[in-house]
Ligand binder design. Structure first.
Ligand code: GLA
Length: 748
């Protein structure tokens, strides 16, 4: 890993074993982008990569008087401005006192150092040792405004990853209003890319969508106050024809949990501009003298060998360099959550009965979900009154947690700190704490309002209430929920001209509260949640090592959701539970084995009353738990390879495999969505094995036992031909819709 600087040509080359990123300071002081991609040998001069015309650029403002061909509109840039000749989407727009939005930030200085500098109050990737990363910081200065923009680029020893972020400092005497200040921009020369992102909705989160890029602009965003289940703050450029195993991908993921914008724009010379950051929509930020504004970080990852390689680098990078705390590398306990088992309808006795049965079958952690506090017997009241509901739990959370602990199980609790129901003591005392506009009726969602976490007193109240319960009870897990999107975004503590800051200040407030609580209670395993997966992002993972992936627990829908989520986020971060059938979100019936075979690839648990399943199913649950305990290190921290996608070939089959570090063990999951009568010969393919290792597979449906890795990956694993014609009725369920197999592959 190195960062070269060539002072003759004013070029910076960030390089490691895998990638190169090249930047050039142009004669005008603008920052040009030359290259991001597979590693290049270093040379003293990469100016040939510049895109400068040798003649006058037709009908385009040119930047150097008397010199033809130098036009910002055709240049590849690092952090483009608005108003001086580049008509594409800018990285920033700054409103000045005189009403102008035209700025002139030019190169002023640079610094190169070992380590990664930290961001204040924002989630971020980090290194444990300074020699794992090198950083380049380039300062641009607008002399007239006396303001600086600092662009940071960090390259890592072990990953094809660059992280970037941008800061702006106002040293001038008049305030600057940031109307847009994105985290990064990059202009890529002509290449046949498609646009890939993860789109969805509640219960259908993070489905993979690919869109052609023409001479147009494609953008995804969130205006919801959360990163959202509609569009994850991630985009990738995909080389046409690339797939899981081959071809080029450039991924960009924002480490932020609020409103964002991500876009690509192909210009009239086929350059692709890509940029991302806090959504400028309904955003503004007033920067007074000597103040700094820091934009969140983006993680840019490059792969020239397919999407799996891109994802595997994101997974390892996030497991090692984003997620923190005691649980970072620890296999997670198998939990049972009572939400789908009881909803709001429970008392202590019912909870204890569920826990007893779960304990008997091997579950390790009991999680008490919504409904344990205040007057919470439905979703119309209680949020904000964070004390035990003694009519449901006579000995309170304290007593119940001790009972569960005495049974030899850990105890976990649900909170939704950021919200308030109007029907609560908290709201009656402090209606002004909820986001709402004076003299207007605020819009409810799920009968609740959002507390203004931009206000310090709100954060202090929540900190005090939550930490009291955490200190008094035996709690080893917290599910931190957030169940509505923002409306009426207006804060009582900000003056009128600053209201554009409210949504970002809210997110900074959430981060502050999470930082305080996770620091004070380092032993607690925190799981983030937001109406399922409405805030599944890298920002949250900095505070909480796992996230409830979706409220949709249907095994078949989960194949899509977990497949899509795994494009960026590690398997260890994805909460995945076995629930009851007919499934509560889809009405679909799948076997208890298929439900577990999908949930194994995640932070595994159950979410049903195990007293209400058949003895056969209970035996299956026992076996599932034993299997998971034996294999959880591998299943949560191995290398994940997606093989057959639910988004291709009409959603017939899905498969994926988890392989351990030394390739001596792997678990292949194979899922059939629709069965076919009189089928052909069925095969599945492994991936990620060592082609020269000999492996053993013991599975009743598989012909043969000992194979080399190459055969399993390239020729495939052949299943016994079982069809209706064989009259082999005992195996029929292996053929049916939603059947699945888990195949353990072990080196001999
Ligand atoms: C959200 C969560 C669920 C559950 C409910 C409780 O929908 O995603 O898992 O906790 O809230 O109200």
């Amino acid at each position: 890993m190195n960062i070269f600087f060539n002072s003759n040509n004013m070029e910076f080359h960030l390089q490691n074993d895998k990638i190169s990123y090249i930047i050039k300071v142009l004669g005008t002081g603008d920052l040009g982008h030359l290259y991001f991609g597979k590693r290049l040998n270093h040379r003293e001069n990469f100016s040939n990569m510049l895109q400068i015309f040798e003649h006058q650029v037709p009908y385009t403002p040119e930047q150097i008087d008397g010199v033809s061909g130098f036009a910002l509109d055709t240049l590849k840039q690092e952090f483009p401005a608005f108003g001086t000749g580049d008509y594409r989407e800018p990285a920033y727009v700054i409103l000045q006192e005189n009403g102008s939005r035209v700025t002139d930030y030019k190169f002023s200085k640079y610094e190169i150092f070992n380590r990664k500098p930290s961001l204040k109050g924002l989630p971020q990737t980090y290194v444990e040792n300074d020699d794992e990363a090198k950083t380049l910081q380039i300062t641009l200065k607008d002399k007239h405004l006396n303001s600086e923009i600092i662009l940071s680029y960090t390259i890592y020893k072990n990953y094809p990853i660059i992280t970037r972020n941008s800061n702006i400092i106002n040293n001038g005497s008049s305030p600057l209003t940031l109307e847009r200040f994105l985290s990064f921009n990059m202009d890529i020369p002509q290449k046949n890319y498609e646009f890939m992102h993860l789109s969805g909705a509640w219960a259908r989160e993070r489905h993979v969508v690919t869109t052609p890029i023409n001479q147009n602009r494609i953008s995804i965003d969130s205006k919801r106050g959360a990163s959202s289940s509609n569009n994850n703050p991630f985009i990738a450029l995909k080389e046409i024809g690339a797939d899981e195993f081959k071809g080029e991908y450039i991924g960009v993921n924002l480490v932020y949990s609020g409103n964002f914008l991500a876009q690509v724009e192909k210009d009239h010379y086929d350059n692709i501009r890509i940029n991302m950051g806090i959504n400028p929509f309904n955003f503004s930020w007033i920067l007074e003298k000597d103040e700094t504004f820091e934009a969140p970080e983006v993680v840019m990852c490059y792969s020239d060998s397919g999407l799996n390689a891109l994802s595997q680098n994101y997974h390892k990078f996030y497991q090692n360099n984003l997620i923190r705390g005691e649980w970072k590398h620890k296999a997670r306990p198998i939990l049972i959550n009572n939400w789908e088992a009881t909803y709001f309808d429970f008392d202590e006795d019912k909870i204890v009965q569920i826990a007893i049965k779960a304990k008997e079958l091997g579950v390790e952690l009991f999680v008490l979900d919504d409904g344990w506090f205040g007057t919470r017997n439905g979703d119309t009241s209680g949020l904000g009154d964070w004390w035990s509901n003694l009519s449901k739990l006579p000995s309170g959370v304290e007593g119940l947690s001790k009972k569960i602990d005495e049974m030899g199980m850990k105890f976990g609790l649900w909170f939704e700190p950021e919200m308030v129901n109007p029907d609560t003591d908290l709201y009656r005392q402090h209606p002004e704490w909820a986001l709402s506009i004076p003299n207007r009726k605020p819009t409810l969602s799920r009968n609740q309002l959002t507390l203004d976490l931009g206000r310090a007193e709100v954060r202090d109240y929540l900190y005090e209430k939550l930490s009291k319960i955490l200190r008094e009870s035996k709690i080893s897990y917290i599910k931190w929920d957030m169940n509505r999107n923002m409306t009426d975004v207006w804060s009582g503590v900000l003056e009128g001209k600053r209201q554009g800051e409210t949504a970002h200040r809210y997110i900074l407030g959430v981060y502050d509260l999470m930082e305080r609580l996770t620091t004070e209670f380092p032993h607690i395993l925190f799981e983030s949640c937001a109406g399922g997966g409405n805030r599944f992002d890298a920002g949250m993972l900095y505070y909480m090592p796992q996230i409830w992936t979706s409220d949709d627990t249907d095994a078949v829908e989960r194949l899509k959701i977990q497949y899509g989520t795994s494009i960026i986020y590690p398997i260890s971060s994805m909460g995945a539970h076995v629930s009851a059938v007919p499934n509560h979100q889809t009405g679909r019936i799948t076997s208890i084995d298929t439900r577990a075979n999908v949930a194994f690839f995640g932070a595994f648990g159950y979410e049903l009353d195990l007293n209400h399943i058949t003895d056969d199913e209970a035996n299956s649950v026992k076996r599932q738990i034993e299997f998971f305990k034996e294999n959880r290190e591998l299943l949560q921290f191995g290398t994940f390879h997606r093989i057959e996608s639910p988004f291709e070939n009409g959603f017939q089959n899905v498969s994926w495999i988890m392989v351990n570090k030394d390739q001596s063990e792997a678990i292949l999951g194979v899922y059939r969505i629709h069965s076919i009568p009189n089928p052909g010969f069925d095969k599945a393919f492994a991936a990620g094995l060592n082609p020269d290792f000999k492996y053993k597979i013991e599975h009743e449906d598989i012909l043969g036992e000992i194979f080399y890795g190459d055969e399993l990956m390239y020729s495939g694993i052949k299943f016994r031909k079982i069809g209706i014609d064989t009259h082999d009725s005992k195996n029929l369920e292996n053929l049916g819709d939603y059947s699945s197999k888990i195949i353990k592959i072990t080196k001999i």
